[in-house]
Ligand binder design. Structure first.
Ligand SMILES: [Zn+2]
Length: 572
């Protein structure tokens, strides 16, 4: 339908608005009929894929070379001079499709999402959304300015967090308290900001004609397949099943560390006397061993990873003028993923590559989906995207030992896997606390706008979900801990996705422990679906149940605990 759209990466990177505009106009001018609507959608997808790939390639470049002014200029040019115009034209195409009343074949989920976006769209909210972004910039500014003076040097919160792994308990305590003190200095500022956030958000919901802000976010996050009540069932199940399991894990930790009580600075340190894991010497070794591990999960994944090595789709080393963090992003036209990370030579690198590898293979597999609105990262539900990545961590875990082509001795591999499984279990209650807090806030907007009530609620939820850590004498720190959780402030309600995905991932792993080939075949099949079907259907295709209940949680927690017991013996 659209002629002469470029496909080579450099040609896409060179596109200007003048190259996009005629294609938008062409799509706008076509009279939609049941006969041509699917072809029209393919045209729209081709355009959306190019915009997405151009943005992604420029964004990736800015993270690879933070000091490169030319790259920054090109990125800003795209964001300022191409993206807003494209968004406006995109909105027109969306309206055109929806007002046509047509139901394109094989586009049910895509249409449902476009309609949900249109339903909550309101001109009057545009200003408020900008206002909200400004609050977020302010939140980020405050968080970013929180540095601790430690041994004469300025340290960031993540550098302070690293000190919680130190064997010296007095040092851990001092580091934890120093970090907390800095946070408490901004207590009033963050609480004040929170009141502003709440006012804006309540206003947004009202303009959208919805009874509360949660309903707005539910539509915005395309949560068609579960309700707030389901989330509460999930919280209860976690309280009933997972909290006691964490108690057992923390009790062992307390005994090993020889402590009277587990304090907030005692949860990260390694309890064994072994020295830190050192998985590899060179980056080439890291890549080839990672590939061999993926091959053990499924030869196809090994092939995909080799493509990423060959086509330079991995930027793994840490170097000056590179952004922090790790991610996987996808180029929509070439249907290729790209993995970015900052290696440190520790086990953290292995954990990251397995996780991001899962996302990357999802991108390869979902490449068969024809429409942008059912394939791109913005539309594939996080609840399932994270099944792809967390399941890969678990599926690959048996192969991180040397005898399977991996990095470690059997005992070392057992240590790494134990730490990983402990992290999976302790994550659920932490997640439930964040999610339950937000349900409370937006169900009780009056109290939810009152910082003191929020602080007390957070403290109560900490007692409910994290009872094994002794906070006595640290009440102010305990009450304000939610200040540092950026999701609550900047991406409301975005968190439960990870808890739900983890429940799906553990089920995929459970299947693999019985029959790996069959389990991985299902997992791969589910990855090919993109977002063409509902969440329960995606989970089902992967061999799992999309669920919130205590029974599913119990089956999964029992499995994790029994595997941990087995690994304890290998480790000794
Ligand atoms: Zn992820």
């Amino acid at each position: 339908m659209l002629k002469n759209l470029p496909s080579a990466p450099n040609a896409i990177l060179a596109m200007e608005w003048a190259d996009y505009e005629p294609h938008f106009k062409k799509l706008q001018s076509i009279q939609l009929t049941p006969e041509n609507v699917n072809e029209w959608l393919l045209g729209w997808s081709a355009l959306a894929d190019r915009l997405d790939e151009q943005y992604t390639r420029l964004y990736v470049a800015t993270t690879q070379f933070t000091k490169d002014e030319e790259i920054e200029k090109r990125f800003n040019h795209f964001v300022e001079s191409i993206q807003p115009l494209a968004r406006a034209e995109d909105q027109k195409l969306k309206e055109k499709l929806l007002t046509s009343g047509l139901q394109p074949a094989n586009f049910k989920m895509g249409l449902k999402k476009l309609r949900a976006e249109a339903d909550i769209f309101n001109e009057a909210n545009l200003g408020l959304l900008v206002e909200e972004q400004k609050l977020t910039a302010e939140y980020n500014r405050i968080q970013g300015s929180q540095t601790v003076l430690w041994e004469g040097e300025e340290r960031t919160p993540s550098q302070m967090y690293a000190l919680l792994f130190e064997k010296d308990r007095a040092m851990r305590e001092k580091a934890w308290k120093a970090g907390t003190e800095v946070r408490l200095k901004n207590r009033e500022a963050i609480n004040g900001l929170w009141q502003k956030y709440m006012a804006v958000r309540l206003n947004i919901a009202e303009n959208a004609g919805l009874p509360d802000y949660r309903s707005y976010m539910w539509a915005q996050r395309f949560r068609f397949d579960y309700s707030p009540e389901d989330c509460k069932t999930f919280h209860k199940g976690i309280e009933e099943i997972v909290v006691p399991a964490v108690k057992r894990i923390y009790e062992k930790r307390r005994q090993r560390l020889g402590l009277e009580a587990l304090r907030p600075w005692d949860t990260e340190v390694d309890t064994s006397n072994a020295s830190p894991l050192k998985p590899y010497e060179t980056l080439d070794e890291f890549k080839s061993k990672s590939r061999d591990i993926f091959t053990k999960v499924d030869p196809k994944f090994g092939e995909y990873f080799q493509v990423m090595i060959d086509e330079n789709l991995l930027d793994l080393d840490s170097r000056k003028h590179k952004a922090p963090g790790a991610y996987n992003l996808t180029y929509g036209v070439s249907k290729r993923p790209f993995i970015f990370m900052n290696n440190s030579g520790t086990h953290g690198d292995v954990a990251t590559i397995l996780h991001e590898g899962g996302h990357a293979f999802h991108a390869f597999e979902a490449g068969v989906v024809p429409y942008f609105h059912e394939r791109s990262e913005n539309f594939v539900p996080v609840e399932f995207a994270e099944v792809a990545s967390i399941a890969m961590e678990l599926l690959a875990s048996p192969y991180i030992a040397k005898e399977h082509g991996g990095f470690y001795t059997e005992a070392e591999a057992a240590r790494a896997r134990l730490e990983h499984l402990e992290g999976r279990i302790t994550f659920w209650p932490r997640m439930a606390r964040v999610d339950a807090f937000q349900h409370w806030v937006y169900e009780n907007p009056k109290d939810g706008s009152d910082p003191t009530a929020c602080e007390n609620q957070w403290s109560e939820l900490t007692d409910r979900f994290i009872p094994s850590i002794d906070f006595s004498g640290l009440e102010d720190a305990k009450k304000t801990d939610w200040h540092r959780i950026l999701h609550i402030h900047t991406i409301p309600f975005y968190f439960v996705e990870y808890g739900l995905a983890q429940l799906g991932a553990v089920q995929v792993w459970a299947n693999a422990l019985k029959d790996q080939q069959q389990a991985v075949a299902k997992y791969r099949r589910a990855l090919t679906l993109g977002s063409t079907v509902s969440l329960p259907e995606l989970f089902q295709a992967a061999g799992a149940k999309f669920s919130f209940d205590a029974q599913t949680l119990k089956t999964c927690v029992d499995l994790i605990e029994s595997q941990m017991e087995r690994l304890e013996q290998v480790k000794e």
